[in-house]
Design a protein around this ligand. Structure first.
Ligand SMILES: [Zn+2]
Length: 90
């Protein structure tokens, strides 16, 4: 434990990092952020692509789909990536 001045409130040490493609051989960066609990920052379900009810973020690297869903977490609706579908016909 270090007492060096961190500005974040010390409730829970949530870290935020840039979302990476879930494709096993991809790892491209997506223009979204998720915290260390796996939830995306902001109401990202609204900006996700919608293909017949399947919500996803397309990967700029491999063209795969990072599937997202809404889950209730501590009384709030959060968005998280729960799966990945590789691009077909690539
Ligand atoms: Zn990818």
């Amino acid at each position: 434990m270090s007492a060096q001045g961190k500005t974040a409130p010390a409730k829970k040490a949530l870290k935020v990092h840039v979302l990476r493609c879930r494709g096993e051989s991809c790892d491209a960066l997506l223009a979204f952020e998720e915290n260390s609990e796996g939830f995306l920052l902001g109401n990202m379900i609204e900006v996700a692509e919608n293909d017949g009810g399947q919500r996803y973020f397309p990967c700029p690297g491999c063209g795969g789909r990072n599937l997202v869903e809404e889950v209730e977490h501590q009384g709030k609706w959060r968005t998280r990536v729960f799966g990945f579908v590789a691009a077909s016909g690539a």
